[in-house]
Design a protein around this ligand. Sequence first.
Ligand code: NAD
Length: 502
Amino acid sequence: MTATLPTIGHLIDGKIVNGGTRQQDVFNPATGKVEKRLQLADLATVDAAIASAHAAYPAWRATPPLKRARVMSNLKVLLEQNADKIATLITAEHGKVLPDAMGELQRGIENVEYASYAPELLKGEHSRNVGPNIDSWSEFQPLGVTAGITPFNFPAMVPLWMWPMAIACGNTFILKPSERDPSSALLIAQLALEAGLPPGVLNVVNGDKETVDALLTDTRIFAVSFVGSTPIAEYVYSTGSAHGKRVQALGGAKNHAVVMPDADIANAVSAMMGAAYGSCGERCMAVPLIVAIGDEVADAMITGLKTEIAKMKVGPGTDVSNDMGPLVTQPHFEKVKAYVDQGVAEGADLIVDGRGVSIPGHEQGYFLGPCLFDNVKPGMVIYQEEIFGPVLGIVRAQNLQQAMDMINAHEYGNGTCIFTRDGEAARYFTDNILVGMVGVNVPLPVPVAYHSFGGWKRSLFGDLHAYGPDAVRFYTKRKTITQRWPSAGVREGAMFSFPSNR
Ligand code: NAD
């Protein structure tokens, strides 16, 4: 029966091609139906993609940065023109509500916009007369063939964190999107060709571990960007590094929001609703934990959250009146539900139970309603592990220091935020918290495209963060040139001491 379904192939050398004998179902999470079949690349297919990127590199490297940047400007326009189509694909495969899909795409477009500043970003550094008649400058040269491996939860945005900057810097690229929702990334890559990208500069291979391993070990690839769960991030980092590649591997998260006694509680409640339940909690910057300072704050937050949760609409993402869609797949739905069961078994108080939600007409969809726990404690599994679903827990703490000690002891350090009216407390928090992205009265402090994105601790393996200025460093190699043009007839004798301006 699934044989008649559309199949999704790969983009290699500017063409959509078939490749690989293995296939995987792509579901619509709102209906639970298989809608498409994805071809999983075999080694020959991955090799063809790498060979294409390798062959395209010399000409692309030699293309003036302004011409490379123009492709990004053209792409920005095409992405805006095709935004509805792309968002519809995201919702059909991921499940998130359409306005949220549009939001992710917009943030992706901003990365394309940043990549269009490449000529300015690649100007390098120049110093005249570092010694007598000697000038010195640093250039940022491309690496060669680069690759990116991306997660399901931002199927359009996360690939756009990677390849526009890699390509604008003069590299060629191979993208391996998530096998759960691959279509939007493939469509965007086709739009890049329409925008003027020469064939082979960007290739897309769909696949699973076999594809990833081939990319991590091939000697023609110089750098790998990864975003996904922490165990795979660690694996990608160690395997890629062991094969001589530059790797940045962004992993999972468990973000805490601290609510201080002086906070504007109504504001904190509405901020937390979106941060905890937006995109069904399937965001690495989602906030699944509130650390309330004092019982009064905890009780007030719970009262406010219960009122707001009662107003939430859960249903298919195609209905724009819905606030929250389904989880991405049946196994993920089962996993999140099992965490809720475990929280109950561990002794946390389940105040709002989203299990057993059924959406008329979508009974086979992977819908879980919003869940709210009180009295979550650091020793519990639902405190420690990333759930990646619509499950929010309240942790009760006595004071700010206790909250910060908890956050600093956690294995993840992606994002955090504090709600307060106290500038001194906010400054102490931002100075001393061991987390990469921090919000003050901002629940999802996702940096804009001209800053860089990344967590600390086990939320990121590697040194450089994603996109923004760090991406220029990640996707280029510094070369420093020191040059002298002696005046005619002036010859210096041999110099045996180390050259200096002494
Ligand atoms: P995942 O780790 O399962 O998959 C990510 C990518 O790795 C996919 O392309 C997948 O095909 C590939 N992969 C999966 N298993 C592999 C294996 N054994 N060997 C090699 N490759 C493998 O992640 P996911 O479920 O798609 O995404 C959700 C996770 O991503 C969450 O943990 C979330 O926190 C994280 N995430 C992190 C960030 C960040 O910036 N830190 C952003 C978005 C998502």
